[in-house]
Design a protein around this ligand. Structure first.
Ligand SMILES: Nc1ncnc2c1ncn2[C@@H]1O[C@H](COP(=O)(O)OP(=O)(O)O)[C@@H](O)[C@H]1O
Ligand SMILES: [Mg+2]
Length: 270
């Protein structure tokens, strides 16, 4: 299967025959049907599809927040168990889920509080994360005083502070305007260039998927299935502004846009 990642490299995440039905007002709604894919060590994979195509459902099953109806998920060869967090896996939500009563430093530090890292080590790591995210000077600010982009930087660092080797992200920049979003792409890409985490990034935004990912897995309209997968072969490190100006970007954009457009249309006619 071209581009589906079933060949080569060390597999970190293995999804096989995944399905999920929800019971809604007395009938079963099939949200996800027979989804299979692999993600390799250090790979940045985008799950792309229209709204309602089951992307979040798949991510939440990988994150153990939801139990699959069918199929299996393994991380490093071990099956994941719903309700039991997998060590070394970080999660960044669609909307920033910051604590309004905690400062920037204490929101970021919260990631460590759960692991029992305290004192000097905690302070050192928080300071380091604040610097990496360009939040110096805002350590003692509360979330209400921050812009949307800054809040998402805090969310990102709260996940990264525990140094996860796998990062699951669900439309983390979905609520941001285009320019702030591109700034966040630059922040994320530079953090990822250092850490080379294995990433699954959910989005309905094709430009975002092309800017960030090594591979795009395109989902069909509900029930979500893997429709096609595309290798994104732009060189790294990538500049999120410059990459959009290349002819290869235009070429891939056109190809994927056509396929994605068919699914947007199906979603509308439901
Ligand atoms: N808890 C739930 N109960 C009932 N239906 C749900 C639930 N969560 C998701 N769904 C349905 O499953 C489908 C896929 O949803 P979701 O995974 O959120 O899609 P996406 O993230 O691609 O927008 C949608 O039709 C949605 O309404
Ligand atoms: Mg979603």
């Amino acid at each position: 299967m071209n581009g589906a990642g079933l060949l080569g490299g060390t597999t970190r995440i293995e999804v096989r025959g995944l399905g999920k039905s929800f019971r809604l007002e007395g009938r079963d709604i099939e949200a996800v049907s027979d989804v299979s894919f692999d993600v390799r060590e250090g790979e940045f994979v985008a799950l792309l599809g229209p709204s309602g195509s089951g992307k979040s459902t798949v991510l939440n099953m990988i994150a153990t927040l939801l139990e699959p109806t069918r199929g299996t998920i393994a991380i490093d060869g071990r099956p994941v168990v719903a309700g039991k967090a997998t060590p070394g896996v970080g999660y960044v939500f669609q909307r920033d889920a910051l604590f309004p009563w905690r400062t920037v430093a204490d929101n970021i530090g919260y990631g460590l509080d759960l692991t029992g890292i305290k004192g000097e080590e905690r302070a050192r790591r928080v300071t380091d994360c604040i610097a990496q995210a360009g939040l110096k000077g805002f350590e003692n600010a509360y979330p209400a005083a921050l812009s949307g982009g800054m809040r998402q930087r805090v969310s990102l660092m709260r996940a990264l502070i525990v140094a996860p080797r796998i990062l699951l992200m669900d439309e983390p920049f979905g609520a941001l305007d285009t320019h702030t979003k591109i700034d966040m792409h630059a922040v994320l890409l530079s953090l990822w260039e250092r850490g080379k985490q294995t990433v699954i990034f959910v989005t309905h935004d094709l430009s975002e998927a092309l800017t960030l990912a090594d591979r795009i897995i395109l989902f069909s309209a509900r029930p979500g299935r893997v429709k096609e997968a595309f290798d994104v072969d732009f060189p790294r490190p990538r500049d999120p502004v410059k990459v959009r100006e290349t002819s290869r970007y235009a070429e891939l954009y056109t190809r994927i846009w056509h396929s994605l457009g068919e699914e947007f249309a199906k979603g509308r006619s439901e």
